[in-house]
Design a protein around this ligand. Structure first.
Ligand code: ATP
Length: 301
């Protein structure tokens, strides 16, 4: 019997190319290099967390992927194509940080979501029935259909986030970049956003989500990219999201404390278990048991 021929270069279908960032360096016009030799890759059907301190280059990385800032070095490819071509084909949707949007601009919720359809229209931008249907379906999916005629500036932070998610859904981009989608939203909205991202993962999307909510990361992110002006570690969350790596990424910014004995619960005389909390002051990452940081965390407060 012949031995089976194994093609080492062939990737399994479930692991096809999603986002590939290779040796990317970004230097702003004032000479500041915000990102140096950053490399990682994320397959499709994945939610990846992008984690790092303020100013570590998370937004810069998103802008580099979106082609908003030039690369001094390196390359980005998306779904196996050079980023420029993928962006022209409209496969990348971007949900920006709230601060990057001018909320005084008078525009209705449904018009914001319709912007996601622009890439599917001709240069006249005249929406067809299908475009209206996609907008309606996207608003339904994020639970914002009743707000369609409201001015975007009148909504709460969490509602605005959901509208921008709807815009990404209407765009039908297989790749979705979310810059701090949980900042300023309540726990219920966060849960509904996480549920939506998981559903999109099951549909084969690839998502890169920057967040300071360390506690949430092990709950819904298959992969983690830790950055501080370069990629410190990237890979499966259970391998990368460790106490040692978090300390490396956050340095003095990360607060940590360990509870045990009577600090943990009153009748704890015989209980030698310990609990470690790591936080950069949003939702903490909680480690039960030993302190090697490999235990699964639970982010609930
Ligand atoms: N347009 C710009 N020109 C010059 N420097 C910039 C520019 N935008 C950002 N920077 C600098 O690049 C570094 C990375 O900024 P970036 O916004 O990417 O960080 P971040 O990780 O997204 O931070 P945060 O968590 O606060 O959102 C910072 O030192 C910032 O001051």
């Amino acid at each position: 019997m012949n031995a089976p021929v194994i093609d080492k270069n062939r990737k399994p279908a479930a692991q096809s190319a999603g986002i590939d960032v290779r040796d990317v360096t970004v230097t702003y016009r004032n000479g500041h290099t915000a990102l140096r030799d950053a490399s990682f890759s994320i397959p499709t059907g994945t939610i990846a967390a992008l984690v790092g301190v303020n100013g570590s280059g998370k937004s810069t990385l998103f802008k580099a992927i979106m082609g908003f800032v030039p690369l001094a070095r390196g390359a980005v490819s998306i779904l196996g194509q050079p980023a420029g071509r993928a962006l022209k084909r409209n496969v990348v949707a971007y949900v920006p940080q709230a601060e990057e949007v001018d909320w005084n601009f008078p525009v209705l919720v449904e018009d914001v979501v319709m912007m996601g359809r622009y890439g599917h229209m001709n240069f006249m931008r005249w929406p067809r029935r299908q475009d209206h249907e996609m907008v309606e379906a996207a608003l339904e999916r994020v639970g914002m259909a009743d707000f369609r005629k409201r001015q975007i500036g009148e909504l709460s932070g969490g509602q605005k986030k959901r509208v921008f998610l709807a815009r990404a859904l209407a765009q039908e981009g297989r790749v979705i970049l979310l810059d701090e989608p949980f900042t300023g939203v309540d726990v219920r909205t966060e849960e509904s956003i996480i549920a939506l991202l998981k559903a999109l993962r099951a549909e084969g999307h690839v998502m890169l989500v920057s967040t300071h909510n360390l506690g949430s990361v092990p709950r819904f992110c298959d992969r983690t990219v830790l950055i501080n002006r370069t990629v410190l570690a990237a890979g499966l969350t259970q391998e990368v999201f460790t106490r040692a790596n978090l300390e490396k990424a956050f340095g003095g910014v990360l607060r940590q404390f360990t509870l045990g004995g009577a600090d943990l619960h009153e009748d704890a005389a015989e209980d030698s278990r310990r609990l470690t909390v790591l936080t950069d002051d949003e939702r903490p990452f909680v480690i039960y048991g030993d302190e090697d940081g490999r235990s699964a965390g639970d982010g609930r407060k």
